[in-house]
Design a protein around this ligand. Structure first.
Ligand SMILES: [Zn+2]
Length: 370
């Protein structure tokens, strides 16, 4: 007997399940109380039609501007979205734990330097300015007080004109202060010098990849030895390259330099996690669309050398593990029933992640809005 309002005890039959490497033979997946279960109750049976069931997708680099973002993510199968900089704790609170919609985490305002571009653009909290190493603990305490889930740091290029970028000592102090409170640190770094500062400071995750030139062998080796992961945001980098009409080959800056970095990072065994930088922020050079862009990101990751299975893992199990979301990322009993039913096999062609037949978030079916 099902008494829950959502009635979310059900079975999905005739599906092949992605297990992180390949697909199972046709089987039935059971859901009970929002979780994947070992056996079924007496609930509804959803006909899987021989399709492929993958874990709900995770976008590990987004920015929110409206609760409507959740609906956009959900209908594209992005069941978890990790915000990397949104200035309104009120907005973030209103978007947490909305039943049947995408589950979120947030950095709230990122840390940046005293006269950085972020401040002049006036999009983030003034309390996000970090004046020096002695100010790092205060910054982390402020964000913790607002309910952040991890700490985002913007490392600007120290050579950029008019920028008082966070320096190495301040970055190191931010990492120490964040770790002391149990927070991961994610650093925006889109130039060679910024990447080096992030590596030196021992951040946990770098995000973006320089367009100007590939990461150096020394940087790739240091990321591997320090266990630093990367969220390359190829969607964003490709969009910037196109906006500024950068060539896509040759010695100059361009998306091909970014792809080379990803290929090198992959070969070195550094963890790569999918993220788009989806946003609707007015002043930024490019705005990947919430939800839809993650499918393009998967295609770009495959273009840079990941297998389709590796790309899917980068947007599911690996993202969940990196961000300590132990309750999701794979299709096994006991985990959240965040599921995407595809009509065809994404391991043959990663663009088939767009062939979405149904999405469930914690066992609740997302209403399609075509
Ligand atoms: Zn971003």
């Amino acid at each position: 007997m099902s008494t829950s309002a959502s009635g979310n005890s059900f079975a999905i039959n005739n599906v092949r399940v992605f297990d992180g490497h390949g697909l199972s033979s046709l089987r039935t997946v059971f859901v009970e109380g929002g979780l994947i279960a070992t056996a079924g109750g007496d609930g509804e049976v959803v006909e899987g039609g021989g399709g492929v069931l993958i874990p709900g997708l995770i976008d590990a680099h987004v920015h929110f501007d409206s609760p409507e973002n959740l609906r956009e993510f959900a209908r594209f199968g992005v069941t978890t979205a990790l915000d990397m900089g949104t200035n309104s704790p009120t907005l973030i609170d209103s978007m947490r734990k909305v039943p049947g919609l995408t589950d979120i985490r947030s950095a709230l305002s990122p840390a940046f330097g005293p006269s950085g571009r972020e401040l002049t653009a006036n999009t983030f909290a003034l309390s996000a300015v970090v004046t020096g190493p002695d100010d790092a603990e205060r910054f982390v305490a402020d964000r913790a007080g607002e309910g952040c889930d991890y700490v985002k740091i913007i490392i600007e290029d120290p050579a950029e004109k008019g920028t008082a970028a966070l320096n190495g000592e301040t970055l190191a102090a931010l990492v120490v202060a964040a770790h002391a409170q149990g927070f991961l640190t994610i650093a925006h770094a889109s130039s060679d010098a910024a990447v080096q500062l992030g590596i030196n400071a021992g951040v946990d995750i770098l995000t973006h990849v320089p367009l100007r030139s590939p990461l150096t062998p020394g940087q790739v080796a240091a990321m591997k030895s320090k266990g630093i992961a990367i969220v390359p945001t190829l969607s964003m980098m490709e969009g910037i390259g196109a906006k500024f009409a950068m060539p896509t080959q040759g010695p100059g800056p361009g998306i091909h330099q970014v792809q080379q970095s990803v290929t090198d990072i992959l070969a070195a065994g550094v963890r790569i996690v999918a993220g788009t930088d989806a946003n609707n922020t007015p002043f930024v050079p490019f705005s990947p669309k919430h939800g839809e862009s993650l499918h393009g990101e998967l295609q770009l990751l495959v273009g840079a050398g990941l297998t389709p299975a590796q790309a899917l893992v980068s947007a599911t199990a690996s993202a969940a593990e990196l961000f300590r979301l132990q309750d999701r990322g794979t299709i096994v009993p006991g985990l959240r029933a965040d599921l995407v039913l595809l009509g065809s096999n994404p391991l043959e062609d990663i663009s088939r992640t767009r062939d979405i037949r149904a999405v469930w978030i914690e066992g609740e079916r997302v209403q399609s809005s075509s």
